[in-house]
Design a protein around this ligand. Structure first.
Ligand code: GLA
Length: 735
């Protein structure tokens, strides 16, 4: 439907609304936030009447506007949605609406607005589409097409795209910013800052989101937390380079005060559009919540879970061989490990790095994706047979986008290595990057992956990517050209092709742990390896924040050795077991070194994982807002509130002697619940004389309590020693 201009359109779903005024020459956002109900004529005219701000002193003589594609022409002095040039010209775009198409489904839930703009200055056609899904997540897609006929003045001159950003306005009350940073083994460290004037810009220049990925940029009302405050957030569904920004100018943003946005970070000249060519910017997802961050996660998790491709079979308990054997691949040793794993209840074995030609250490072999005859004289067949004989699935590690110079592949095709013709820059983890946008390199990888998956009926790939991209240019006769965008697009093509050839194949995205976790790659993969750090003290936090976007069933969480291989910290087994239970669980330790007592505990844990995985992999993630940051209470609550599993953890000591009454979020206030403290995995050590009375009772058997006491008033929890955790199981007895 093409409607008359000057229409106000509301997309509404799950308590959120996006209201757009489709006006000439360019639409503007009237509201993004809480649903305000059906648009009455009075609401429409009031919104339109209040859409313009004051015209300020010493400012343009018209009120400044912040439109769907804000430009300097409208008086917008902030970051532009569109930038670029045609050989140094046409730098002041003036997109003008030419068509619009609105679709709201018959049930009134969500909908889509598609807008097309012509820019006669740059000779560009822009398509901008807003979609609100049933979960209240607003996705924004923008594409640019070069159309020489639109601008006779610059004719057929190619247009160099600077950036294409998706931007939405924010109200004045969004005064605090939360985003993430981190490093190897410390991914998704939250950082908060006041939302002051200027641009809070987070750019990822690593050829991937990185361990310090901004991940989710949220702006909210003062003190917003997991369960309270109004929050507006953005995530870019893209695995290449990116930028996230929150910006506040003294003159505001039209009738609003600030903006939030994201887009791909392009290198100079990376995207040049000849006549008829098109650039599709990655999808930006905007999520609003009136009740804190957990509701943001809830919307994103529901969106992911509704995908037809979302993994629906019970998530198998994994054993990954990395920290058990590293590069020491040996059939006898691995057989002993697999047998132990089978006894414990493992359902999927993943053979990690070290199986392919020349890969005896980390400095050789990447690229030679053939089974190493020296280590595996009879191929992988005997190992796979043992795995299958135990009824388990088989997974294999790859790092397809990487290459060691010490490999047959690099010796045969030195020009397939991504980097300047002048000479390669320094190695990182002894490796370089394969230019997979080259069709020969792409074809080689596809053939190798496809052949190995086929030969061994591989169920699962762990797809790794262990270095940042630096000087990521493709060599050509006419010079080197920036290639991160093309590299990322080729990766997506490769994953898509492999999945279409092997529909049952599952893929895990790994990048030195959690260096490439985003909703672009998650459209093509089934699990994320959240971190190389299995130390539960770190892992609790890493996973808690990874769940801001990714639901538990897609997050790999493994039981590591007593002494962490990545932090050298030693922790008690029960703490490690509890921490690795509440996602897609697995084991990352040498079970042949574990004594019978520990093995029995691990076997009980595997049983508990099977007992709880339906709940863990379908429920709502909740977190208590606690003043004491050395503790955490996280839970997963069934969608209908009928059951829940909470973990109460303490990482370090704190001055507070008592927890106080801690509220268990997500439970139904009007129901009765039975509560049990589950210490089947071992008792957590306490920093107190005796437990609170109700805890003593709940350890002995179920205790009944009204939901209102649990969720609204709260209960005192034991004071644990540092590096301890306890599981609380809750089931509804009466509604
Ligand atoms: C990366 C991964 C690890 C492991 C190693 C193998 O660091 O994150 O889990 O697979 O590579 O080299």
């Amino acid at each position: 439907m093409t409607c008359r201009a000057d229409t106000v359109v509301a997309l509404r779903a799950a308590g959120a609304a996006f209201i757009l005024q489709i006006s000439d020459p360019i639409p503007r956002v009237l509201h993004w936030g809480a649903d305000i109900g059906d648009l009455s004529p009075a609401t429409v005219s009031a919104l339109a009447l209040t859409a313009g701000p004051a015209q300020l002193n010493n400012s343009p003589d018209i009120p400044r506007t912040f439109s769907a594609l804000p430009t300097e022409y409208e008086g917008w002095s902030g970051t532009a949605a569109l930038s670029g040039h045609a050989h140094g010209r046409a730098t002041t775009p003036r997109p003008r609406l030419v068509t619009h198409h609105v679709h709201v489904p018959a049930d009134g839930i969500g909908g889509r607005v598609a807008l097309t703009f012509d820019d006669t200055i740059g000779g560009l056609r822009t398509e901008l589409t807003y979609r609100l899904d049933a979960h209240g997540v607003l996705s924004v897609d923008t594409s640019l097409t070069r159309d020489a006929a639109l601008s006779p003045r610059i004719g057929s001159t190619a247009y160099t795209v600077g950036s294409v950003l998706s931007l939405l306005p924010l109200p004045e009350r969004a005064t605090e910013i939360l985003d993430f940073t981190g490093k190897w083994c410390r991914e998704r460290s939250p950082q908060r800052s006041p939302f002051g004037f200027g641009t809070h810009l987070r750019a990822a220049h690593r050829g991937k989101p990185g361990h310090d990925s901004p991940f989710l940029l949220a702006a909210g009302t003062a003190g917003f937390g997991f369960g309270h405050g109004e929050v507006w957030a953005v995530h870019l569904a893209w695995s290449g380079e990116q930028q996230y920004l929150a910006e506040r100018l003294p003159e505001g943003a039209g009738a609003f005060s600030a903006i939030l946005g994201a887009g791909e970070e392009l290198h100079p000249g990376e995207v040049i559009l000849e006549d008829g060519e098109r650039y599709d910017a990655p999808t930006a997802l905007f999520i609003w919540s009136g009740s804190g961050l957990d509701a943001i996660s809830d919307r994103l998790h529901s969106r992911l879970r509704a995908r037809p491709t979302h993994p629906r079979s019970p998530r198998p308990l994994v054993l990954n061989t990395w920290e058990a054997v590293y590069f020491n691949h040996d059939l006898d040793r691995l057989t002993a490990l697999i047998e132990r794993a089978a006894d414990v209840g493992v359902e999927r074995i993943v053979l990690d790095d070290g199986w392919f030609r020349g890969r005896r250490e980390a400095d050789a072999g990447l690229g030679d994706w053939f089974v190493d005859d020296d280590v595996w004289p009879d191929g992988l067949g005997p190992l796979v047979d043992i795995v299958r004989a135990h009824g388990m699935q088989f997974g294999l590690w790859f790092e397809p986008e990487m290459i060691n110079l010490d490999s047959d592949l690099a010796r045969a095709h030195p020009d397939w290595v991504l980097g300047p013709a002048e000479g390669l820059g320094p190695e990182s983890r002894s490796q370089h990057v394969l230019d997979i946008a080259r069709s020969e390199a792409y074809d080689y990888l596809l053939e190798r992956l496809d052949a190995l998956v086929r030969e061994h009926s591989i169920d699962y790939l762990k797809w790794d990517h262990n270095r940042d991209l630096l000087e990521a240019v493709s060599q050509g006769d006419d010079g080197d050209r920036p290639s991160v965008h093309r590299q990322t697009a080729a990766l997506y093509r490769l994953l898509d092709e492999l999945r279409s050839r092997h529909p049952q194949l599952e893929i895990e995205t790994c990048s030195g742990g959690g260096g490439r976790i985003d909703l672009g790659i998650l459209d093509r993969t089934d699990r994320v390896w959240a971190s190389d750090c299995n130390d539960p003290v770190e892992r609790v936090q890493i996973e808690r924040w990874t769940r801001a976007i990714v639901p538990p069933e897609l997050i790999g969480s493994h039981l590591g050795a007593t002494r962490s291989h990545t932090t050298a910290r030693s922790t008690d087994l029960p703490f490690r077991l509890v921490t690795s239970l509440t996602a897609h669980a697995g084991i990352e330790q040498d079970l042949t070194l574990v004594d019978d007592v520990e093995l029995a505990a691990i076997t009980r844990w595997a049983g508990m994982y099977r007992e709880f995985r339906d709940l863990l992999h379908s429920g709502r993630v909740v977190n208590a807002d606690l003043a004491d940051q050395t503790t955490a209470l996280s839970g997963i609550v069934a969608q209908d509130g009928s059951e829940a599993l909470f973990s109460w953890s303490r990482f370090a000591t704190s001055a507070a002697g008592q927890s106080g009454r801690v509220r268990l979020p997500g439970l139904d206030d009007t129901s009765m619940y039975s509560i049990r403290i589950r210490e089947d995995l071992g008792s957590s050590s306490r920093h107190q004389g005796n437990d609170p009375e109700w805890v003593t009772d709940a350890l002995a058997g179920p205790v009944e309590m009204p939901g209102a006491v649990l969720a609204t008033i709260g209960v005192p929890l034991p004071t644990l020693n540092p590096q301890q955790a306890m599981l609380i199981e809750i089931r509804r007895t009466r509604s």
